[in-house]
Structures are given as structure tokens and as C-alpha cells.
Write a protein that binds this ligand. Structure first.
Ligand code: CP
Length: 321
């Protein structure tokens, strides 16, 4: 695996889930693979789970993880080509990336969408430079449009807790005070479309995700109707993807608190499990009652972040042996 951005990069999902089960039950069995190998984690943005789960998975595989926080530990980096660098940015990605690549065997990058220039974000302009200039396998740790390590962990969690062969999974938009990227819902849609689940997306009008990720999935604008009979409720906020109106890209179009997932929403489901990628704003995205209930899986879901990235890095290391 040369890079990990999309569901297609992991290949057969049944085989990936079986590998995830093996990694989960015996996390240290492949410690020899990472001997004398280095994982570099590059963060342009904050993180708790991704940062720690990636380091933990690397240690499980015998790798040495090193972490760089851009702009805090490093020089400020210029990301656009052709500019006169007379501002506060001291180094260009064009030099910084091959230097970083020379210090590691696998490179993970977190680089959120700027949410001002849809073309720049949806071209994955920063992540693509890591692919082009690092010379190493690259993992998206949430880039402008995708968060594959999260979506794979979400699928592992659904596989672990499902009680039906083909569960109904509903991804619902929920309100948030700030504009958030579409990477998590994009990837969740992409992975659920590839999985054996009955997948439904619900959001207010204007929040339509990019069809490249939703791929014809059922969209139901009536949230309560969408939630009826659900086995898993996946809550997430996202800002306007600019699909129906490009001028609205990155804007907060609604803060309608009737979309907050509470007990009344969960009551119409089939005793659904609640999922969220975290961090979560309590009583904006989800009520205390729901996230604190026994049906909330947010902690095991976060724990599965170690498993998902360990499977990815294990495969990359196997190809290097
Ligand atoms: N879900 C997730 O990616 O969490 P962090 O932003 O804390 O890494």
C-alpha cells in the first residue's frame, strides 16, 4: 500500500476486518516488522486520538514514532508554489517534505481543509505534495477531504457491535458553533457505501456532501424519518460542502438545535448504538443522556483508532520486508 486515503486503498473489506480482529486480539504479534523503522507524524492541526493512537500502533509494531507540530516545533511552512516568500513563512513544503521523508519510513499527515478555497481543499493540495516529494508511503491523518483512519475504525466498531447481518446505519448532521471540515462525513460515507450496511444520510438542505463520496447513498431530509429503525446512529457536524451553491463553501448554514441527537431521536431507532468520532460538543451534537448511555460506543470507537492505523502500517511494513 503506497498511500492510505480512500477505502479502495485497503482492498477487500472483509479481509481488512478479519485482519483488524487479529490485530485487536494480538497487537504485539508483528513487533518484528517495525524494527529499525521510523514513523513520522506531521501535524498542521490539533489532535488527541490520531496523535496518540498512531504512536501506540507504531510502538505495537516495533517502530519508533517521531512527531512534528508545524508552526510550533518547526518553521512556518509555505504551502503554495510560485509565491514570493517575504512574509512570516521561512521554509517551503517543497524542501521540507523531502527532508522529512529522508528521516522516516512511513509518513502520516494531518492537514485540515482551510474552508475558503474549495478547489484547493478538494484537490488535496498539501497531502498530494507529501505523496509527490516525500518518497515514502503517506497516510492521511485527516486531510482536507478525508479521514480514512477514522472511517476504518468506525467500520471496525460497527462490525464488532452489530447484531444483524446488514445493520441500518444513519449518519446525521448535528449543530456546532464553528465551521468544521467535511473530511469525516466524506470518509464515513465512502466506507459505508463499500460496506454491507443499509446506509442513510440525513442533514438540512444545503449540506449535501460531494457525490464522489456519497455515491448515490440515500439522503433523507427528515431526520426523524431517517432514524426510524436505525441500528447505529453516527452524529457529525460539517460545514457547507458547496455542492449545491459553491459560494456557500465552508459556511455554517444552520445551528438548528432540533437536530441535536437526544433521547427522543434515539427512541425511534431500533435501540441503536451511538457513534461519534470525538471530540464532541455535548448538548450541541448529542445530549448528555445519549452520550452517557450504555448504547454509546464513543470510547470503544476511539480505542479502535489504534487497530485501524495498525492494520494500515502493518501492511506498509510487510511490503518493505
Ligand atoms: N477523531 C479524531 O481524529 O480525533 P483527534 O482530532 O483528537 O485526533
Amino acid at each position: 500500500m503506497k498511500s492510505f486515503f480512500h477505502v479502495k486503498d485497503i482492498g477487500d473489506l472483509g479481509a481488512a476486518l478479519e485482519e483488524a480482529r487479529q490485530v485487536k486480539s494480538n497487537p504485539f504479534a508483528w513487533k518484528h516488522l517495525g524494527e529499525n523503522k521510523t514513523l513520522m507524524l506531521v501535524f498542521f492541526n490539533s489532535s488527541l486520538r490520531t496523535r496518540l493512537s498512531s504512536q501506540k500502533a507504531a510502538l505495537n509494531l516495533g517502530m519508533s514514532p517521531i512527531v512534528l507540530n508545524i508552526g510550533q516545533d518547526s518553521w512556518k511552512l509555505e504551502t503554495e508554489l510560485g509565491v514570493v516568500m517575504d512574509g512570516d513563512k521561512s521554509e517551503h513544503l517543497r524542501e521540507a517534505i523531502p527532508v522529512m521523508g529522508s528521516y522516516c519510513d512511513i509518513i502520516g499527515v494531518r492537514s485540515f481543509a482551510g474552508l475558503t478555497d474549495r478547489e484547493f481543499d478538494y484537490a488535496e493540495t498539501i497531502l498530494r505534495q507529501f505523496v509527490d516529494y516525500s518518497g515514502k508511503p503517506v497516510i492521511s491523518l485527516e486531510s482536507a477531504t478525508v479521514h480514512p483512519c477514522q472511517a476504518f475504525a468506525d467500520l471496525i466498531t460497527i462490525d464488532q457491535y452489530k447484531t444483524k447481518a446488514r445493520p441500518k446505519v444513519v449518519m446525521t448532521w448535528a449543530p456546532h458553533p464553528r465551521a468544521l471540515p467535511q473530511a469525516v462525513p466524506n470518509s464515513f460515507a465512502e466506507w459505508m457505501n463499500a460496506a454491507d450496511v443499509d446506509f442513510v444520510i440525513t442533514h438540512p438542505r444545503g449540506y449535501e456532501l460531494d457525490p464522489a463520496f456519497t455515491q448515490g447513498a440515500r439522503i433523507e431530509y427528515d431526520q426523524m424519518k431517517a432514524l426510524e429503525g436505525a441500528d447505529f446512529v453516527y452524529a457529525k457536524n460539517w460545514s457547507c460542502p458547496g455542492v449545491t451553491n459553491p459560494a456557500d463553501y465552508g459556511k455554517v448554514l444552520s445551528k438548528d438545535m432540533s437536530w441535536t441527537v437526544d433521547a427522543a431521536h434515539m427512541a425511534v431507532t431500533d435501540n441503536a448504538c451511538f457513534l461519534h468520532c470525538l471530540p464532541v460538543r455535548r448538548n450541541m451534537i448529542v445530549s448528555d443522556e445519549v452520550i452517557d448511555s450504555p448504547r454509546s460506543l464513543v470510547i470503544p470507537e476511539a480505542a479502535n483508532r489504534v487497530v485501524s492505523i495498525q492494520v494500515v502500517m502493518k501492511r506498509m511494513l510487510e511490503e518493505m520486508q
